[in-house]
Design a protein around this ligand. Structure first.
Ligand SMILES: O=C(O)c1ccccc1NCC(=O)[C@H](O)[C@H](O)COP(=O)(O)O
Length: 266
């Protein structure tokens, strides 16, 4: 039996083949060439200042089921931006997360900050697709990719002007991300193969992330106290979904997380 990640990737590949049939790569590449130029996401993440927040548009998830009925993803993203987010993460995976490229389009149109296409990227077509839909960043999950594909997708993203958030969960994956030269390294507290959460993962791995890379703590950040903890462990950015979509005001919740990061750095 496959892992949760294997299952998700299998569904992603099926959906991808359908889109590829409808829109061949040659046409998609033209769309990508005509898309709004990518914002320099890396510059925003390396700029001085308090912890950078990547705020996620997340409807549901394999671990938690339904999280939020998000009728207006662009409005949610605008609230995050007003609350001080540095970037918006838009889940585009359909089957398990209820996301879509329509969400990405809507968010891209509305906000002025970088937008991350958050999906399970396993094929160059998806990277071109991300750029065609205005993404400035893509997610590359080391656990889902062999070294060859990881390098190819990373190079492709860079060639298209995008940055890549390279996600790891353990020491071996971190070594691969560092060897790749990834500038944005995300430590996901959630094991995507088992869905178990290890809140100590960031603190354990962060010392092995070179200091010239951006260290991003991902998943299971439930509120300001968790931001304080990861910032003290060296995080310069956090990626947060559930706590923002299930809290009260997304704008205030985003601002509170950033305030906690600010307080933890002084
Ligand atoms: O969220 C899940 O259950 C999940 C399961 C399998 C693969 C990926 C999954 N989530 C993707 C993410 O990385 C999170 O959405 C992101 O880090 C935000 O996490 P959270 O703040 O805990 O919602």
């Amino acid at each position: 039996m496959g892992t949760v990640l294997d299952d998700i990737v299998a569904g992603v590949r099926e959906d991808l083949e359908e889109r590829r049939r409808l829109l061949p790569l040659t046409q998609l590449a033209q769309d990508a060439a005509q898309a709004v130029p990518a914002l320099d996401a890396l510059a925003r993440f390396t700029a001085p200042g308090p912890v950078k927040l990547i705020a996620e548009v997340k409807r549901r998830s394999p671990s938690k089921g339904e999280l939020a009925d998000i009728a207006d993803p662009a409005g949610l993203a605008a609230d995050y931006e007003a609350g001080g987010a540095t970037a918006i993460s838009v889940l585009t995976e359909r089957r398990r997360f209820g996301g879509s490229l329509r969400d990405l389009d809507a968010v891209r149109e509305r906000v002025r900050i970088p937008v991350l296409r958050k999906d399970f990227m396993v094929d160059p077509y998806q990277v071109t697709e991300a750029r065609a839909h205005g993404a400035d960043l893509i997610l590359l999950i080391v656990a889902a990719l062999d070294d060859h594909l990881l390098r190819d997708l990373h190079q492709q993203a860079t060639a298209l002007g995008m940055a890549a958030l390279v996600e790891v969960h353990d020491e071996a994956e971190l070594e691969r991300a560092v060897a790749l030269g990834a500038q944005l390294i995300g430590v996901n507290a959630r094991n995507l193969k088992t869905l178990e959460v290890d809140p100590a993962a960031f603190g354990r791995l962060a010392p092995f992330v070179p200091d010239d890379r951006v260290k991003v703590a991902e998943s299971s950040i439930g509120g300001p106290a968790d931001v304080t903890a990861v910032v003290r462990d060296g995080a310069s950015a956090v990626l947060v979904g559930e706590a923002l979509v299930t809290g009260g005001s997304p704008r205030e919740a985003a601002a509170a997380l950033i305030d906690a990061g600010r307080a933890a750095t002084v």
